[in-house]
Design a protein. Structure first.
Length: 332
């Protein structure tokens, strides 16, 4: 059973089927290395600069090729897969609470995932690299990091030297008809590769800083999008803080499609949800007050007729009141 299963498992990056991007990567490395030594270096007139640049480029290229080969040839499978030790952990009674992969017959510990492209469980799974045609896990993540850094430096040297040589050829070169198209093509090719590789390096720096893997980030981002669609709070991270995705200029390199979403106002950064509308009281019919009457105070003998009159209703007129006039008396 293990032998039949092993025929369908990709143990390293050079098992069939070979990825087309893997062929493109090998082609670019060969073309860039040959063009640097055959085209770039002969155009540099200063001998010290020529030797220094050749030595630096050679060291970086060797480190990149060696680390890339190690990352591609390393079998990152789980230690308990049948083709490594001849038995799985299917009957391991001490791990019965862990999920079981029925394809590999292993118990999946923390960060152990089954890769559908390679048809195997990978310990410390981060992602499946389409350029190396191999899974990146705990066994080869360090080699993958070294390959990313050296590839970035490799392409930076190619781009900078290409720009300088194009300027020199335009100003002083004579065979411009042949050199300019070749240098321009190589420059555009290397810039097109430098942008995604440098972005991938920044992306993995952010992952290490947040203690996440690529798969964990993608799953958390999916939960974050579902929370926004449902008007809920973002998912919590293990440290108790809310998950926030990286800027789009960083995580686009994972090739996850996005669509516009209507963000709930309460979840927008720096925004406050508007208060709900308060119910308006129903208008009441105001009761009309009874008409007022003017009642003159009755004059007394020997007293001047008062000039002040009472303004009020007939009910108020029946009550005792006091009116003050000019003089030293009051009417009650």
């Amino acid at each position: 059973m293990a032998a039949a299963m092993a025929l369908h498992v990709r143990r390293h990056g050079f098992n069939r089927p070979i990825s087309p991007l893997q062929v493109v990567l090998i082609f670019v490395i060969v073309v860039d290395t040959a063009s640097f030594f055959l085209l770039h270096l002969p155009l540099i007139l200063d001998e010290v600069t020529q030797l220094s640049l050749a030595a630096a480029f050679s060291v970086i290229a060797l480190v990149m090729i060696a680390s890339g080969l190690k990352a591609a040839l390393t079998d990152a499978s789980h230690p308990d897969v049948p083709w490594k030790w001849g038995k799985g952990s299917f009957d391991d009674l001490g791990k019965t609470e862990l999920p079981l992969c029925h394809t590999c017959h292993v118990r999946q510990e923390f960060r152990t995932e089954h890769c559908n492209s390679c048809n195997r469980c990978v310990a410390g799974f981060d992602h499946h690299c389409i350029w190396l045609n191999n899974c990146i896990g705990g066994a080869n993540y360090g080699s993958f990091w070294t390959a990313m850094v050296s590839a970035t430096l490799f392409l930076v040297i190619m781009c900078v030297s290409g720009i300088v040589l194009i300027v020199v050829v335009i100003m002083y070169g004579k065979p411009k008809e042949l050199l300019l198209p070749a240098l321009s093509f190589l420059l555009l090719l290397n810039i097109a590769l430098l942008v995604p590789i440098f972005t991938l390096l920044i992306f993995h720096l952010a992952l290490v800083n947040n203690r996440l893997t690529t798969l964990e980030y993608i799953m958390a981002h999916l939960d974050y999008d579902r929370a926004l669609d449902g008007g809920k709070n973002p998912p919590l991270r293990p440290d108790g803080t809310h998950f926030r995705p990286f800027p789009r200029c960083v995580d686009w390199v994972v090739f996850r499609p996005r669509r516009r979403r209507k963000v709930h106002p309460a979840l927008r950064p720096g925004k406050i949800a508007p208060a709900p509308p308060q119910p308006q009281p129903s208008p009441k019919v105001q009761e009309k007050s009874p008409p007022t009457e003017t009642i003159a105070a009755p004059p007394e003998e020997g007293c001047p007729t008062p000039t002040t009159t009472w303004q009020g209703t007939t009910e108020d007129a029946s009550q005792s009141y006091t009116l003050h006039f000019k003089g030293n008396f009051a009417l009650t």
